[in-house]
Design a binder for this molecule. Sequence first.
Ligand SMILES: [Zn+2]
Length: 199
Amino acid sequence: MMHPDTRLQYVSQDIGNGVFAVKKIPKGTITAVKDACDQIFTDHEFSALPELIQESMNNHIYRDHCGNLVLSWDYAKYLNHSCCANTMLTCYNFEIAVHDILPGDEITAEYGLLNVPEPYDLFCRCPDCRGRLSLDDIDRYAEKWDALILGALLDIKKHPQPLWPLLNLNTACRLDDVLVNPSVYSSVRNLKWRENRKY
Ligand SMILES: [Zn+2]
């Protein structure tokens, strides 16, 4: 579920819709939570859906670290990618603002964390656009992304968190542990779906 101080807005014919801030959202704010209403599919379940539905979902679905396909039930699924994303997916089942987001700013996410099935070219407006989304982006950029996320997590108690009630108790406890001892932070490397990994 998206943060309430956001709205869905048309961007362009090429991009379609995006999610924009209607109020300032400070760095350290939880901007979206994977919640109990999101839909989760195995590959088998997804492939059993009518093709028309699969095609419609394909641009809005992501793969979690267990290999499941996840579809957000609200407009969180319209978050667009930026190589300078102002939010990042974490190992704590939420996206967090890694920079201050001002009213009117588009809220962007890092698709490199979403286990895309195939590499594809990127055309974001970021000055540091890396030009192509690769399957090993998590491994290549984890250190940089972890630094951004950890810096934001350490601010998490400084700001109102309207999505906090959607976190489960285990996540809240893990966050408290990180605040006390940042060395227990869980790296985004753990978001990568590694097909042969034992769980
Ligand atoms: Zn880019």
